[in-house]
Design a protein around this ligand. Sequence first.
Ligand SMILES: CC(C)=CCC/C(C)=C/CC/C(C)=C/CC/C(C)=C/[C@@H]1[C@@H](COP(=O)(O)OP(=O)(O)O)[C@]1(C)CC/C=C(\C)CC/C=C(\C)CCC=C(C)C
Ligand code: MN
Length: 414
Amino acid sequence: MSAAMMWVVSPNSEVCNQLGFLETTRTTDSSNKKGLFRLKNVGRKHRCYSVFNKVGSRRTSVARRVVANPSGNLAISSEQLVYDVVLKQAALVKKQMRSREEDVDVKPEIVLPGNLGLLNEAYDRCGEVCAEYAKTFYLGTLLMTPERRKAIWAIYVWCRRTDELVDGPNASHITPKALDRWESRLEDLFNGRPFDMLGAALSDTVSKFPVDVQPFKDMIDGMRMDLRKSRYENFDELYLYCYYVAGTVGLMSVPIMGIAPESNAPTESVYNAALALGIANQLTNILRDVGEDARRGRVYLPQDELAQAGLSDEDIFAMEVTDKWRSFMKKQIHRARTFFDQAEEGVTQLSSASRWPVWASLLLYRQILDEIEANDYNHFTKRAYVSKPKKIVALPVAYAKSLVPPSSRKLASN
Ligand SMILES: CC(C)=CCC/C(C)=C/CC/C(C)=C/CC/C(C)=C/[C@@H]1[C@@H](COP(=O)(O)OP(=O)(O)O)[C@]1(C)CC/C=C(\C)CC/C=C(\C)CCC=C(C)C
Ligand SMILES: [Mn+2]
């Protein structure tokens, strides 16, 4: 084992500890270049590959993000772990763009006439599901090129189905085993062997666009987390959950939506913005649904921040709007807005036809935060929602914003 690896191994078990697990060992699989760690107490693998990727060229960057945990040991933040997925996704797209330029590696597409009909049917069905669950978003996709629109529908449907496993009518029967099965079906469809019709649409999508399987797997991990965890010690833990269930959506979508040819922003900065939009949306979801989640015995708000504000789970279950609650909520809303702000610059870098649906979703979701404020932070018994007239106003605003082309100013990559 090299000295560099030694440097990595010891803090890495702390990473896994920080993610809520107790005992970790390095996997014995010597072919594993990504540094998979087997978590003894849950009997499954968790990827801590960022650390291995960092040995060498980006070591200083890791050091910058290494933080001390409460026991004084070194640990790597969830933000760093997630940022490495961002870099990997960005690199994949760059690689595909290069191979297109060099005209290598382009496989002729062989589609049998019978299969094409079935495939079109599969995509149409994805479009119908999308229209049923997310009308505004569906309308937005109609502005995209047909290929991109169909691909986004296929991804939407896979995400919806994944969420339904833990939140849908059969959720009480869902076990970690069922999620393992869902993951193996995911692997199959990435290998061109879809299990069903809706999966066939996604299988076709991932064969055409430079979409990586990692964010999909991570979303399933988020659902696993939801099954076993109902409290989050601090924002670092919550950030990881938000990445899993929502940041991943941003990473899945950018390869489809495409970056504007005139954009000169670093690819990873666009992915970072997409990640931020997912995180912002999920934080907003969490703030909006505090009452609903409490009724299911779940508290997604960081426990340490609640304690600092003089609040506890009991105050949430009591569902009383107090001054302590208001001031706590102001800080949470401020944090969610910061993530929306981070996302904003990235939207402009997207290809022109993809900007409108993203702006619309950003503006509409962000307004939920305004509604929470307007309800005087009583989201225990009132559900904050954006009224139809406000939605109607937001859509042309989103359209006007989508006309703004990428500026020549460079985005910070992190
Ligand atoms: C550069 C840049 C800014 C690019 C844009 C990137 C982009 C398109 C980001 C999209 C972010 C987004 C919409 C994230 C979804 C967040 C979300 C709401 C996640 C929900 C998770 C579970 O939450 P929970 O169970 O607490 O909530 P419910 O009560 O169940 O609502 C999800 C439900 C996960 C499943 C996610 C989806 C079904 C949405 C998938 C959406 C797409 C694939 C399309 C995204 C495209 C646009 C234009 C918004
Ligand atoms: Mn859900």
